[in-house]
Write a protein that binds this ligand. Structure first.
Ligand SMILES: Cc1cc2nc3c(=O)[nH]c(=O)nc-3n(C[C@H](O)[C@H](O)[C@H](O)COP(=O)(O)OP(=O)(O)OC[C@H]3O[C@@H](n4cnc5c(N)ncnc54)[C@H](O)[C@@H]3O)c2cc1C
Length: 463
């Protein structure tokens, strides 16, 4: 049976099938939940929003959806930047916002078990109180959920030293499309039994199952980092400093680049007090007491050779202030106009070519493109800033977006280092994966979601 009725009818049937679940069909509430932060991605009209609290409730919703062939779109905090959590027509939006239990922290084994709706920063503060540290720190960490972070395999500023979210996910509980509950991975430090299904679900963007519990690895609390900042009058020298710093025997724990467009956007809202003429900034940190001095000195020497002016933070507070400038770039750019945000990642040695190429694309298309990012990883966020109300400007932004993606691939990179494919880049995935890669992806999707109800139209264009 296929259920196609109005949201009200579907809501009533859903409430009967999953009586303990909060089901909302109020159009105003649905409208407020239909999209993430990728403002240019299309979103459909959902039929209902559910807010389960338990795995059993999620399973009941998915059994109902499978029986009636209704699409289900999992949603965390909808901070995604690729339209992955956007509604599709007639969908049940499955929000994890009420799944916020931290079930346990095992301080001796340095693991934690959590529900997916826990906010990253809340969790990080709780584990810190146990003398532990959860490194994955997307710039959205005060808003985004641990489930959303796992489903996008989110990165962040600490990735350079510690790795991405998947590196800290030991195991998952996942509700499959038909309502069966799958456990992947382990809680032990090592384990190679069977295929690595945990890695498969990390980054699957809600297309293979709904993550209902995560077993996360923790580390001992990190030392307070030491921070340095370098001011430049152009991007090229800053890129060369990145290459040189990353070649050194001891590496920083963070190395971020802020470009002229982003810096100007942030400066419009607060006086940064940077040296006159500064257009580009590099920020580095080391949280390794044994090597911090060497890292900061190496950074200062490299920046000096490239004509940069260097300031070493005189304490943690000043370090946090430098980093606050970087963390505020995303929201500052959103205030400048519509954003079409890229996430290309290239081999570090090609960073200078990427940045120069983005500059050429901006000049050619007449589109303003910011190019801030995690320079130490070669993962930059070229962001087209434009007036969405002007069709010609929107079209030019779309062309610039495609050209940047082509450039990233041509430089041996990937179309997404951390934000995921979602709707935004699904047409580009085939180019990166190739026909065999795409076929294998399609086979996995068909095995786990044979009816194609899980987040349809995301990641894989034809599913
Ligand atoms: C200001 C700002 C800064 C950002 N900085 C970064 C950054 O530094 N690094 C980075 O990687 N990203 C960054 N992002 C993007 C975004 O925050 C991340 O992608 C984040 O991981 C999304 O989490 P969320 O809870 O908001 O998930 P959502 O946006 O709600 O969902 C993201 C995807 O995961 C799926 N999903 C969510 N929960 C589940 C679940 N329980 N089970 C299965 N699928 C699920 C959704 O269907 C969707 O496909 C930033 C965003 C903003 C707005």
């Amino acid at each position: 049976m296929t259920m196609t009725g109005t949201g009200g009818e579907l809501g009533a049937a859903l409430a009967a099938a999953a009586p303990t679940v909060t089901v909302v069909t109020d159009p105003a509430v649905l409208n407020a939940h239909r999209a993430d932060h990728a403002s240019t991605c299309p979103s459909g009209t959902p039929a209902a929003l559910v807010r389960p609290r338990t795995t059993d409730e999620v399973a009941a919703v998915l059994r109902f959806a499978s029986e009636h062939r209704i699409p289900v779109v999992p949603q965390g905090a909808r901070t995604g930047l690729s339209g992955g959590a956007n509604a599709v027509d007639g969908a049940i939006l499955l929000s994890t916002e009420k799944m916020t239990t931290i079930a346990g922290i095992d301080a001796d084994n340095q693991t934690a078990t959590v529900q997916p709706g826990v906010i990253n920063a809340d969790f990080s503060r709780v584990v810190a109180a146990h003398g532990l540290f959860y490194p994955p720190d997307p710039a959205s960490w005060e808003m985004s959920t641990l489930g959303g972070n796992a489903a996008t395999n989110a990165g962040g500023l600490c990735c350079l030293k510690y790795g991405v979210t998947a590196d800290f996910v030991r195991g998952l509980e996942v509700v499959l499309a038909d309502g069966r509950v799958l456990r992947t991975g382990r809680s032990t430090a090592k384990g190679v039994a069977g295929y690595d299904l945990t890695r498969l679900f990390a980054g699957s963007e809600g297309t293979l199952g709904v993550i209902t519990e995560l077993t996360l690895a923790l580390r001992p609390a990190a030392e307070t980092p030491r921070t340095a900042i370098a001011f430049f009058t152009g991007m090229a020298p800053a890129c060369d400093v990145v290459t040189e710093v990353m070649r050194a025997a001891v590496r920083p724990s963070l190395l971020e680049l802020i470009d002229p467009v982003s810096l100007a956007a942030v400066s419009r809202h607060r006086d940064l007090g940077f040296p006159p003429g500064t257009t580009t900034v590099l920020i580095t940190q080391s949280d390794d007491p044994a090597h911090a001095e060497a890292v900061l000195n190496g950074f200062a020497a490299a920046a000096g050779r490239e004509g940069g002016e260097v300031l070493i933070a005189d304490g943690p507070e000043e370090g946090r202030m430098f980093l606050a400038t970087r963390r505020s770039v995303g929201l500052a750019l959103e205030r400048e106009g519509a954003n079409l945000s890229e996430d290309v990642c290239v081999p570090r040695t090609r960073l200078r070519e990427l940045v120069a190429g983005v500059g050429e694309i901006s000049a050619r298309t007449g589109v303003t493109i910011a190019c801030t990012g995690h320079a130490g990883d070669g993962n930059m966020h070229p962001t087209m800033v434009f007036d969405a109300g002007d069709p010609a400007k929107a079209a030019a932004a779309g062309q610039a977006f495609d050209q940047v993606m082509a450039l990233g691939l041509a430089l041996g990179g990937t179309i997404t280092g951390e934000h995921g494919v979602g709707v935004l880049k699904r047409d580009w995935l085939a180019r990166e994966l190739g026909p065999v890669g795409l076929e294998v992806h399609g086979g996995i999707k068909a095995t786990l979601d044979p009816l194609g109800i899980l987040n349809p139209g995301k990641v894989l264009a034809r599913c």
